[in-house]
Design a protein around this ligand. Sequence first.
Ligand code: XIL
Length: 318
Amino acid sequence: DQPLREIADERDVRIGAALAPGSLRSDPSYWKRAKDEFNAITPENALKMGPLRPSPKTYDFTDADAIVNFGAAHDKYVRGHTLVWHNQKPDWFEAWEHTDDQIRTFLRDHIHTVAGRYRAKIDAWDVVNEAIADDGSLRETVWSEALGEEYLDLAFEWASEATDADLYYNDYGADAINEKSDAIYDLLEGMLDRGIPVDGVGLQLHALGDHPDPESIGENIERFRELGLDVQITEMDVAFHRGEVPDDPLEVQADYYRDVFEACLDAGCETIVTWGVADASTWLRGFADFPERYTGDPLLFDERYDPKPAYDAVRAVL
Ligand code: XIL
């Protein structure tokens, strides 16, 4: 059978996976699936500020390089995730006594250094991740406190100084039309009006216990595209609340994947990244209380790296 990646290449669309450096180095089945089945990748954690910044003045690019170079070696579209986020900051950050001006300099240097290092290798950056709260207001973070709401404009401008990659705003819970995606729409419309170099919006689409609404997702994608923005699904996975698992979970999961892919492609969203390669190492099995809350098999390949019904469903719509 033709691998998914080849089908995607022929159709000129991208199907991606988030990658972890440990698995890539030590697990040949993981490596092979990552290589053969996906034409897009993103580091799951390695490009976040925490992993990259052992101390205020130093960088450790070992893991990020491993993943980005894997992408370059196998001719993949590489998404960079993420330059500015309130989570997964370095451990030393809390205790660091800083002025607002020092935060500004720190963030600018971080963006210039990281985006600049991968100028030729990273195709798209999630410049800012999760800046909007669930009620649609601007999330209060260390960045907004120090720099005001202008920090988003600054982050995109600094990124555009260092890279030619396409620049995305990325968030969760904004896949369909709702209060949060309305707020993101207004935010990005305002940025475009001000001439800020934003190229697209990333919709994470962690369908954890929620039934995705493909029609609303399609309409949402269309409205962002009408603003002139590219739209990508950046972190898709599908799980169920424990206690609300359907009788045939793998079939229902396959339906969700198919419906979302179809709605997305129809609306002109041509890049869909899944949040991992296989169920064996999904974040749902390790993150916070997620293992108790959700089923731990959200991806296209199972524990043993065999394709699931969701894989066949995705192949069929590409
Ligand atoms: C998650 C990773 O998958 C985990 O390994 C890590 O412990 C926490 O972060 N939204 C995002 C991603 O933008 O960066 C998150 O990734 C999942 C939710």
